[in-house]
Design a protein around this ligand. Structure first.
Ligand code: ZN
Length: 386
């Protein structure tokens, strides 16, 4: 293998790495492919573990986008906050969670240290990103000074805000102002790195070719860095530290520079519930499938619903929060033209002999009664007429 081939291979491996993103369970990724179609992706089971998995952004031009959205990892009640939720938007088991409870009366300070949200300097939870940590801390600061009655209304309002598709649309359009330019620059940079630069080195040789090719590369990375920096400051005004890190990487690492549109887009919609992003981005049939999963999960989470060691006030917060979410999510689904009884009808029987099904994972059983062990012993539901 020649030095030139080795250089291109190393660059391709680094670029491939840049196309991978870690996605925590409790979140989903939305990928836009080269045809302009959005697809939903859950954390991969093959390249993953209990806490999350890898998702792959489309690597080849014309490039698309990759954005992530997470369900709230906090159960709020009028009395306190619990860093645990029973439901999970992904198939399979819920991820491990910190499960720490604080009553609002005992909270004196709310701080964010990297991805950690701390109350009274004690860990509440480690969020999926620094952006999510700041968002959750902002919600806590908003709820803390209120009395319990007002806090109940404020929690419901926060849940409704996270389902606001108009706000998502506005934020996405604000992103596209620069996002589209960065994406086309990334397409150009990929062509430069993997076609034009190797051809230039092959034709002119390293000695004559390195300076003009380096200047061409710098023209791409400097333009990318300036555009990224301005857009990042506009879209994420609080995230100065992360912006500085990203600026340096985009300026100095060409493979990172070729994914700068993803770096700008990825955390953009994290304050919103994945269901609302799905309504905006996905085709109707795929939105319905995801909506069914979200509603079934809220109605029938895995057992036990709460860790056995959790205090009674924490268990009450989980129930209060999930009940409020179910009300908001069902109203959201109905508002977008989906009949709830139709959405939640029993699954089609896979074989004539089956008599019951699990209301959560929808596995089917020949026994008329029993429990689904995959869902922690959830009681089975008989098919109509079985
Ligand atoms: Zn099940």
């Amino acid at each position: 293998m020649s030095e030139l081939q080795l250089m291109v291979l190393v660059l391709a491996v680094i670029y491939g790495w840049e196309c991978l993103a870690w996605l925590r369970r409790g979140g989903v990724a939305f990928r836009k492919d080269w045809r302009g179609h959005w697809r939903l992706a859950h954390p991969a089971a093959v390249l993953g573990n209990q806490t999350g998995g890898v998702v792959v952004a489309q690597p080849l031009p014309p490039l698309g986008y990759l954005v992530t959205a997470y369900q709230s990892p906090l159960s709020f009640s009028p009395d306190g906050v619990f860093s645990y939720v029973a439901q999970c938007v992904n198939p399979g088991w819920r991820p491990p969670q910190a499960a720490r409870y604080f009553s609002f009366a005992e909270i004196k300070t709310i701080t964010v240290v990297n991805r950690q949200v701390r109350l009274n300097n004690t860990l509440l939870l480690s969020a999926a990103s620094v952006y999510q940590a700041e968002h959750l801390a902002g919600q806590l600061r908003q709820l803390l000074p209120l009395d319990p009655a007002r806090r109940a209304n404020a929690i419901r309002a926060l849940q409704r805000d996270s389902l606001d598709t108009k706000a998502i649309q506005r934020r996405w359009e604000a992103f596209l102002v620069t996002g589209n330019r960065l994406r086309w620059l990334a397409n150009g940079l990929l062509a430069y790195l993997f076609v034009l630069a190797p051809a230039g080195f092959w034709y002119f040789g390293f000695v004559r070719g390195w300076l003009p090719l380096l200047l061409g590369l710098l023209a791409f990375t400097i333009t990318n860095t300036v555009l990224f920096h301005r857009a990042h400051r506009r879209l994420y005004p609080e995230a100065d530290d992360d912006r500085l890190t990203q600026d340096c990487l985009i300026l100095l690492a060409p493979a990172t520079s070729a994914r700068s549109h993803d770096a700008l887009a990825r955390h953009l919609l994290e304050p919103f519930h994945p269901l609302a992003v799905a309504q905006l981005f996905l085709p109707v049939a795929e939105f319905r499938t995801f909506a069914r999963r979200v509603v079934l999960e809220l109605r029938h989470p895995c057992l036990p619903v709460c860790p056995a060691t959790a205090p009674a006030r924490a268990a009450a917060a989980e129930v209060w929060s999930r009940t409020a979410w179910l009300t908001e999510v069902e109203a959201f689904v109905a508002k977008h033209g989906i009949s709830l009884p139709e959405l939640l009808r029993p699954p089609e029987r896979t074989e004539p002999g089956v008599q019951s099904y699990c209301p959560r994972c929808e596995a089917q059983f020949t026994a008329a009664t029993g429990e689904c062990t995959d869902c922690g012993g959830l009681p089975l539901v008989r098919f109509p007429g079985a």
